[in-house]
Design a protein around this ligand. Structure first.
Ligand code: COA
Length: 165
């Protein structure tokens, strides 16, 4: 069965991520959206929140499921006997990082391929850190964060702002 893994920190998942998921999921029998637990990024949202958000925004896609991982990505991919990692590419600035990551994973595990989808043009500027910054400063996140989680993401980011005053 053709299974792909779409890994990320998803802090939080954005409309850009969802665009990649919606376009890649039909190409595979199953897609696992894989939330990194101990990212070097020290995520703002807890892993439980990031998983909940990912589940809610993909509830309409029956061949997707959400899981978490710790440690090396290729160990997870090998364990579930998948062979494909999906990543989104936004602009040239993503290339170096993505090239390094795909090459490392391929060196560690030559039977795992990374395939890239170009991020839709309207999300080329978007990132999770931009979402967090805009939300903390009280601006609307509509069109950046998927509707099912818009209220919760906005509320959490706004609370953080008021706690830090
Ligand atoms: N549209 C909009 N934004 C997008 C996007 C898209 N299609 N695709 C990525 N992004 C943005 C995210 O919003 C995020 O923004 P931020 O940097 O402002 O937070 C950034 O691009 C990348 O984040 P994300 O997609 O969540 O993935 P990541 O790069 O944080 O994930 C892992 C990295 C978890 C996959 C990687 O660190 C990993 O595999 N770790 C495990 C350790 C390992 O195996 N190491 C060996 C390989 S190097």
């Amino acid at each position: 069965m053709a299974v792909c893994v779409y890994p990320g920190t998803f802090d939080p998942i954005t409309c850009g991520h969802l665009d990649i998921i919606q376009r890649a999921a039909p190409l595979f029998e199953k897609m696992i959206i894989l939330v990194g637990k101990n990212s070097a990024k020290s995520p703002f949202f807890t892993v439980e929140e990031r998983v909940d958000f990912a589940q809610r925004v993909t509830a309409h896609l029956p061949n997707t499921e959400v899981d978490t991982f710790d440690g090396l990505l290729v160990h997870y991919v090998q364990r579930i006997q998948a062979h494909v990692i999906v990543r989104g590419l936004r602009a040239l600035s993503d290339y170096d990082y993505e090239y390094q990551m795909a090459s490392t994973n391929h060196t560690l595990c030559p039977n795992i391929e990374t395939i890239f989808l170009m991020t839709a043009l309207q999300y080329a500027f978007l990132s999770s850190s931009i979402v967090r910054e805009i939300g903390r400063n009280g601006e609307s996140l509509s069109g950046m964060v998927p509707e099912p989680i818009l209220y919760d993401v906005t509320t959490r980011l706004a609370q953080n702002k008021s706690q830090n005053r």
